[in-house]
Design a protein around this ligand. Structure first.
Ligand SMILES: Cc1ncc(COP(=O)(O)O)c(C=O)c1O
Length: 349
């Protein structure tokens, strides 16, 4: 067979879709566009010429993002979801070299590294999900490739400190592209892109799927120095972000108040849930700097199935290293969180 042998050895990305009315399993935003804006957007989408190729490298959306973030448009690379950029960055710096991350972490880093045949190294987090700094520094000093660090972290929901990130960026400086995956950064009010000025090999990876509420549109971007962006852009397939995706992204950036309002609601609900969790003596909840909670129970499978019976879908994480008995739940709309909390009371209370 012509297929590369390692492809057969890599398991497919696993996600089992359940038909639940309350969907709290993918760290999405619970807020779709309000109807008036949806109609306005549809009008805009009608004007996209479907017989024409879209812009080659998304310059209009890059310019919108540049204005929104106070960044240079030439230092931005856009893709159809940040997952695509993860793959592109491995092609750029991991192929034939190394892909380094911590464990547990976002599964796509390892998945893509293994599919592409890069040397994948994952170093276990320490106590309380702290960074294994000495081991990381030693791996960074020895090897070469691309280093992914989700911050805030997923699925552990914690935030690593600025001092630690700087120490790692220093160690990575000669032989690594270091990627801070900031998929959840709005929920922790952090933004480490200011470090890029001093570290030409540093990249901040972002998504429209979480705080912007556009998981269905598939858009991601990365911030970096202009010279690096010129190289990374080559690894994104020509015309691979459609005119429809680009228009949706531009539209969202024209309505920053909506994103801000939805973010504010999620942060309030996160606090309310954190307080409500305290009433359950048989649950360990880990602090969250994201739009989801990781928590531990005695019987993760039982609680997961019990939630399904209440028409609520959450995510099992108990198969992951260090996460025995753990489940993950997204912060949803107030009524969804109420339903989750009341199901929790009836199943565990
Ligand atoms: C840490 C992290 N990075 C990246 C992504 C992927 O985002 P996208 O929808 O932009 O591909 C996710 C999605 O859950 C994530 O948790």
């Amino acid at each position: 067979m012509a297929l590369r042998s390692q492809l057969g050895l890599v398991p497919a990305y696993h996600f089992s879709e359940k038909p639940c009315s309350i969907k709290l399993d993918q760290n999405e935003s619970p807020f779709d566009l309000p109807e008036d804006l949806e109609l306005e957007l549809f009008d805009r989408l009608k004007k996209v010429a479907l017989n024409r190729y879209p812009e080659l490298s998304a310059h209009t959306l890059r310019q919108h993002l540049a204005n929104y973030l106070g960044w240079s448009a030439e230092g931005i690379v856009i893709s159809g979801g940040s997952n695509v950029l993860i793959q592109a960055l491995i092609i750029a710096a991991g192929l034939g070299q190394q892909v380094l991350t911590v464990k547990p972490s976002f599964s796509v880093y390892g998945l893509e590294a293994n599919i592409l045949g890069a040397d994948f190294i994952e170093l276990p987090l320490g106590e309380n999900f702290s960074l294994p700094k000495a081991a990381l520094v030693s791996a960074l000093k020895k090897g070469k490739g691309v280093f992914f660090l989700a911050n805030p972290a997923a699925p552990t929901a914690n935030l690593f400190s600025q001092e630690d990130i700087i120490e790692l960026a220093e160690a990575a400086k000669d032989n690594w592209i270091m990627v801070i995956d900031e998929a959840y950064h709005q929920f922790s009010a952090t933004d480490y892109s200011f470090l890029i000025k001093g570290f030409p090999q540093l990249i901040c990876l972002r998504t429209f799927s979480k705080a912007f509420g556009l998981a269905g549109a598939r858009l991601g971007y990365a911030l970096m120095q202009e010279a690096l962006a010129e190289q990374i852009q080559k690894t994104i397939l020509p015309f691979s972000v459609s005119g429809l995706q680009l228009t949706i992204g531009e539209f969202m950036l024209e309505h920053p108040k909506l994103t801000e309002k939805n973010l504010g609601l999620i942060l309030l609900e996160r606090e309310r849930m954190a307080q409500a969790f305290k009433a359950f003596k048989n649950i360990t909840v880990f602090p969250s700097q994201t739009n989801f909670f990781l928590f531990r129970v005695k019987d993760a499978e039982g609680l997961y199935n019990g939630m399904l019976k209440h028409n609520i879908c959450i995510r099992r994480q108990d198969h992951l290293p260090m996460l025995e008995g753990c489940l993950r739940v997204s912060v949803g709309k107030p009524e969804e969180n109420d339903a989750f909390l009341s199901a929790l009371t009836s199943l565990l209370g």
